[in-house]
Design a protein around this ligand. Structure first.
Ligand code: B4P
Length: 191
């Protein structure tokens, strides 16, 4: 199985590129952001709690996110692999993912890290906020907070994957097509 983790700051292009990678390599696309937004739209108890966090630019508690991933893996046993988009976002989530994948004897193949300048992600997110109506994309201070949380809680995951030889850096600046080409090249090498 090919299991990819797509990593990067908010607005790095994870959602955009994960969709393309899922098509190219016939993978099951798992976006924790999308799963949480579905819960929010359905106004479930989980969604109400998630919305409170997301609207402030904070992370949703690990146990909620890990339970959603567990459920996804259990429901999709006959697939070529997964592309995890926006997950893991903490060290605890990275370790939980390994444990879940171990149960199916199918490890993470690689973590693809999209590198994008801070100014560029702020521009992309504010632009998306105008079109999508996503509350977490409309306020500059919330976006800044998401970037701070990314630096404090998410970036350290790199040191988890690096010693395993699973960390791959990809330039996330440029057109969607250019970046997709760079990612494809890396995946072809590690698959
Ligand atoms: P996500 O839905 O994962 O959102 P994101 O990180 O903001 O966006 P992403 O990186 O996927 O967006 P993209 O660049 O594709 O998370 C939302 C929130 O949910 C989090 O803040 C957190 O609170 C919570 N959450 C999610 N997962 C969690 C977890 N595991 N643990 C705890 N909490 C979790 O798109 C951005 C914009 O850029 C788009 O408009 C796109 O069109 C544009 N764009 C993309 N590529 C471009 C390019 N090359 N050039 C120009 N524009 C581009």
């Amino acid at each position: 199985m090919l299991n990819l983790v797509l990593f990067g700051p908010p607005g790095a292009g994870k959602g955009t590129q994960a969709e393309l990678l899922a098509k190219t390599f016939e993978l099951n696309h798992v976006s924790t952001g999308d799963l949480l937004r579905t819960e929010i739209a359905a106004k479930t108890a989980l969604g109400i709690e998630a919305k409170r966090k997301i609207d402030k630019g904070e992370l949703v508690p690990d146990e909620i996110v890990v339970a959603m991933i567990k459920n996804k893996l259990e429901k999709n046993k006959d697939v070529n692999g997964f592309i995890f988009d926006g997950f893991p976002r903490t060290l605890e989530q990275a370790m939980a993912l390994d444990k879940l994948l171990d149960e199916n004897e199918t490890p993470v193949t690689g973590m693809l890290r999209l590198e994008v300048e801070k100014q560029e992600v702020i521009i992309r997110l504010l632009n998306r906020g105008k079109i999508s109506g996503r509350s977490d994309d409309q306020d500059r201070s919330i976006i800044e907070n998401r970037i701070t949380v990314y630096c404090q809680k998410t970036l350290p995951i790199i040191e988890y994957y690096k010693p395993q030889g699973k960390h791959f850096e990809v330039n996330g600046m440029g057109s969607v097509e250019e970046i997709a080409g760079r990612l494809k090249e890396v995946v072809e090498k590690i698959r």
